[in-house]
Design a protein around this ligand. Structure first.
Ligand code: CP3
Length: 339
């Protein structure tokens, strides 16, 4: 069984198979070959040039032979296509050249134009599909809520103060923005489907800023049309960082898989909320920078053994791999999984 077949068999609920695996941000600065690419081209150039974006996506596959390959791009290409270009701050993090502040700003967003403007993404994805016929190919976008967080805040932030205020005091405008983003992202997702993806991951990285018990109203209902668009033709994975303990609020969305962080034990979620979903995760991402290869292998084994009785597990990290992760630790992780 090749990686792609293994990936689909896992979703079909087959047991006693190897655990398919990949890692979030697998193409990134922890790889010397990625740093080399970045010494010649900017991140935005790599993302916008299909051949370079393909190269970045392939780098971790050559080294580690993961079962899944994710498109090399960013969630912010969609805000750029909507007229809010992004860039990098000298001190780290990102900024947008414009922010959403008013009804006029929201009316000016042309959801229908994103597919045409993001042609470079689809070109890269089609090339990746062709290059790796035996691997599972993953497309992605942000959730409307998470994209709105960046478009209103205008920059990376720990607390998103402008966004939090806007969400509370301008709730009508806030929901009008979510509706528009939901439309744009549905079109974007559908076009990725035509490129031959096996799965589509929705990054709701900031979904935990939704009010308690209101994840459904604030985030999930706007993700729902995106999932419907992909329904039956690609597997859907929801990654909502820091939301694992609010799993009950995410479960009604009906994604095929939920990517969880390391605040929970996967088997406990799986047995508490019974359903037909797959769980993806959840090795603490920072371990790859701070632990020894032996410790990484041990923690990897514990997670695999924990989910073994149930099948329906894709191994991944709690969040993206960090630039200071050690290669020897990634090798230790891969070796343990393939044992
Ligand atoms: O997983 C992969 O390998 C695919 C590529 C991918 C990137 N960004 C490449 C990237 C994916 C899936 C993303 C998603 C993304 N982008 C998210 C959701 C995931 C998460 O981490 O919660 C978010 C919030 C963003 C927005 C974003 N992009 C930020 C805040 C930053 C800056 C972070 C920093 O390092 O300062 C980025 C840049 C970015 N996106 C990088 C990469 C490899 C680092 C850029 C570089 O090479 O310097």
């Amino acid at each position: 069984m090749n990686s792609r077949e293994l990936f689909h068999a896992t979703f079909a609920g087959e047991k006693n198979l190897p655990v398919p695996f990949w890692i979030m941000r697998q193409a990134g600065r922890y790889l010397p070959e990625y740093r080399e690419l970045k010494s010649k081209y900017s991140f935005v150039d790599i993302v916008k040039t299909p051949e370079l974006s393909l190269e970045a996506a392939l780098q971790p596959m050559r080294r580690f032979d993961f079962d899944c390959s994710i498109l090399f791009s960013d969630i912010l290409v969609v805000s750029e296509a909507l007229g809010l270009p992004y860039g990098f701050k000298d001190e780290g993090g990102i900024y947008l050249e414009k922010r959403i502040e008013s009804e006029k700003n929201i009316e000016a967003l042309d959801a229908e134009s994103v597919v045409e403007k993001l042609d470079y993404v689809f070109k890269s994805l089609k090339m990746l599909r062709k290059e790796l016929p035996q691997k599972a190919i993953i497309g992605f976008c942000a959730s409307p809520f998470t994209l709105a967080a960046y478009m209103i805040e205008g920059e990376s932030s720990k607390t998103f103060p402008r966004f939090s205020k806007f969400m509370k005091s301008e709730s009508k405008l806030f929901f009008a923005l979510l509706e528009k983003l939901s439309r744009a992202l549905s079109l974007y997702a559908k076009q990725q489907l035509y490129c031959g993806i096996d799965a589509f991951q929705i990054f709701d990285s900031h979904g935990s800023m939704s009010p308690t018990e209101k994840y459904g109203e604030y985030s999930a209902q706007w993700i729902s049309p995106i999932i419907s668009e992909l329904n039956a033709s690609a597997r859907t994975i929801l990654f909502a960082n820091n939301m694992s303990e609010r799993f009950a609020e995410m479960a009604p969305l009906g994604a095929d898989a939920y990517a969880l962080d390391d605040s929970v034990k996967l088997s406990e979620i799986f047995t508490t909320y019974q359903g037909h979903y797959v769980l993806q995760g959840n090795l603490k991402n920072t371990l790859l920078a701070t632990a020894t290869p032996q410790e990484v292998a041990k923690s990897t084994r514990e997670i695999i053994d924990d989910m073994k009785p149930y099948g329906r597990h894709i191994f991944n990290l709690s969040h993206g791999i960090t630039p200071d992760a050690k290669l020897e630790n990634v090798y230790a992780l891969c070796e343990e999984i393939k044992k």
